[in-house]
Design a protein around this ligand. Structure first.
Ligand code: ADP
Ligand code: ADP
Ligand code: ZN
Length: 216
């Protein structure tokens, strides 16, 4: 099972990713999580990525593509993977196709989670995340069992620096110009699975499972 999760910032990619990897036993590759881990550890990659992320811009293709190419070569990706937040540009999508071709494989499904801008702003500004395991919660829509604590690993929940209204606006704009064209790109290839993202989290997962040809 080789899957890409596509959708605007806040559409629920990270939330659904947790369920999908549990169900299918495939690794979760989130470029956002990889950048945040490097920022937390103060690596050179982290320092460079932060300068873009804080402005709501994309990290340059060259850097991002190299990270994903390396990650896909690791052993745990042999039987499948789930890419979350990559590709985000046509250049990244083309690089992914090529990288998989060189490994004699290809994608099986591209899940596109659709959510309108208005809902995205509320979701992103109320989001709280766990920097240890990448889990995502919402103060109102999906609160953790214990306030401020991750349900999965008990680490402290924080608000992401880029989840403020100004940065959110530029991220949504960047999505519209750079990432949205990927919907058509994958539709033409017959890989796109359209999912209505403005439903309860459980129901969205059920729809994703159906689109993947599996029961919940
Ligand atoms: P993404 O990874 O696409 O940016 P997240 O999975 O982090 O999105 O979700 C963004 C925010 O919206 C989080 O606060 C999450 O708890 C909340 N959320 C996710 N799915 C839903 C849903 N179906 N309904 C309401 N809120 C949701
Ligand atoms: P979200 O889906 O909520 O916007 P992510 O955690 O996927 O958040 O990404 C956070 C930020 O990391 C993005 O706004 C962008 O700056 C950077 N980023 C993540 N993935 C990519 C990518 N594939 N290409 C370029 N930049 C990326
Ligand atoms: Zn956690």
């Amino acid at each position: 099972m080789r899957i890409v999760l596509l959708g605007p910032p806040g559409s629920g990619k990270g939330t659904q990713a947790k369920f999908i990897i549990d169900k299918f036993g495939i690794p979760h590759i989130s470029t956002g999580d990889i950048f945040r881990k490097n920022i937390k550890e103060g690596t050179p990659l982290g320092v460079e990525a932060k300068s873009y992320i804080d402005k709501g811009q994309l990290v340059p293709d060259e850097l991002t593509i190299a990270i994903v190419e390396d990650r896909l070569k690791e052993d745990d990706c042999k039987n499948g993977f789930m890419l979350d937040g990559f590709p985000r540009t046509v250049a990244q999508a083309e690089a992914l196709t090529k990288a998989l071709e060189s490994m004699n494989t290809s994608l099986d499904h591209v899940i596109n989670i659709a959510v309108a801008d208005k809902a995205l702003v509320d979701r992103l500004t109320g989001r709280r995340v766990c920097l240890s395991c990448g889990a995502s919660f919402h103060m109102v829509f999906n609160p953790p069992k214990k306030e401020g604590i991750c349900d999965y690993c008990s680490a402290e929940l924080v608000q992401r620096a880029d989840d403020n209204i100004d940065t959110v606006s530029s991220r949504l704009e960047v999505y519209g110009t750079q990432t949205k064209p990927l919907i058509e790109y994958y539709e033409i290839k017959g890989l796109l699975r359209a999912i209505e993202g403005e439903k309860d989290i459980d129901k969205v997962f059920e729809d994703i499972c159906k689109a993947l040809g599996s029961d919940k």
